[in-house]
Design a protein around this ligand. Structure first.
Ligand SMILES: Nc1ncnc2c1ncn2[C@@H]1O[C@H](COP(=O)(O)OP(=O)(O)OP(=O)(O)O)[C@@H](O)[C@H]1O
Length: 252
């Protein structure tokens, strides 16, 4: 059961001034089956900034990210884009407004070429090609069936396809899943570059150190609650906060 004392709010979250251009989660709770799996999260995503969402398995990270793209309905609080509630908007409507969700797992269409995969989201061949600016390694694979690419290259296709959709906000859930750390490390600068082009990124990641390296703000969640919210650099300097989150959930 949650109490008001458990709530962690961020200055500026909510409606009103300062939210234009932002995606705001205002006291969001997501429930599945018996009850809440993540409660009272307030967070503001801004263009050009990376926010890391980290915590142990089952903490509620995926449920939260899914509530933003409307894959899962939230049971409390509100989600606002440019200061307007998007609570009632479907997944497709939110995607049309620029909220793009990269789900866990590398969901490429293996028999389609890289070009064809990007054509699924890009408005034109020109835009698909433009997405390649961030992914020069895919250039030589342009006409290859995506299923023949390595795991890291397939994840690049997933990222490129999301970028070709011209997101305003990109929600990335466990991009590293099934990838060797060395391969994942190559993908991170691409995420930074995408953010630098003006996209607000929410990054859910199990490789916490790497994720915090490119984030401005970080949230740690454990057992469905936010246990830390603030500067990512400060979190890196205080690993005990993360340790507590992981150990605390195990003990709960
Ligand atoms: N479809 C579902 N129906 C019922 N409960 C679910 C469903 N999906 C997830 N849960 C439960 O919700 C809680 C939060 O899961 P969630 O996947 O959001 O956490 P997570 O932090 O993303 O974990 P992971 O890193 O393992 O994906 C867990 O207790 C999980 O068992």
């Amino acid at each position: 059961m949650s109490t008001d004392d458990d709530r962690i709010s961020v200055q500026g979250a909510g409606t009103g001034a300062g939210t234009t251009g932002s995606l705001v989660l205002d006291d969001v709770t997501v429930s599945r089956g018996a009850g809440p799996v993540i409660s009272h999260v307030s967070l503001t995503l801004r263009p050009g900034e990376v926010t890391a969402l980290v915590g142990p398995n089952g903490a509620g990270k995926t449920s939260l990210i899914e509530s933003v793209s409307a894959m899962t309905a939230h049971s409390g609080g509100s989600i606002l884009l440019d200061g307007q509630s998007i609570d009632k908007l479907s997944r497709v409507a939110r995607a049309k407004r620029g909220i793009v969700h990269i789900e866990q797992g590398r969901a490429v269409f293996p028999s389609l070429t890289v070009r064809e995969n990007l054509a699924l989201t890009a408005k034109s061949e020109q835009e698909a090609r433009a997405a390649l600016d961030h992914f020069p390694e895919l250039e030589k694979r342009w006409d290859s069936p995506t299923g023949l690419l390595s795991g890291g290259e397939q994840q690049m296709v997933v990222l490129a396809r999301a970028f070709a959709a011209r997101p305003r906000f990109l929600l990335i859930d466990e991009m590293s899943l099934g990838l060797a750390p060395v391969v994942f490390t190559r993908l991170l600068p691409i995420v930074s570059t995408i953010a630098a082009s003006g996209v607000g990124v929410l990054l859910v990641e199990q490789f916490t150190g790497l994720a915090l390296g490119l984030a401005g703000e970080a949230l740690v969640v454990s057992g469905g609650r936010v246990t830390y919210q603030g500067d990512a650099v400060r979190l890196r300097e205080q690993p005990e906060i993360l340790h507590e989150a992981y150990l605390g959930q195990r003990a709960a």
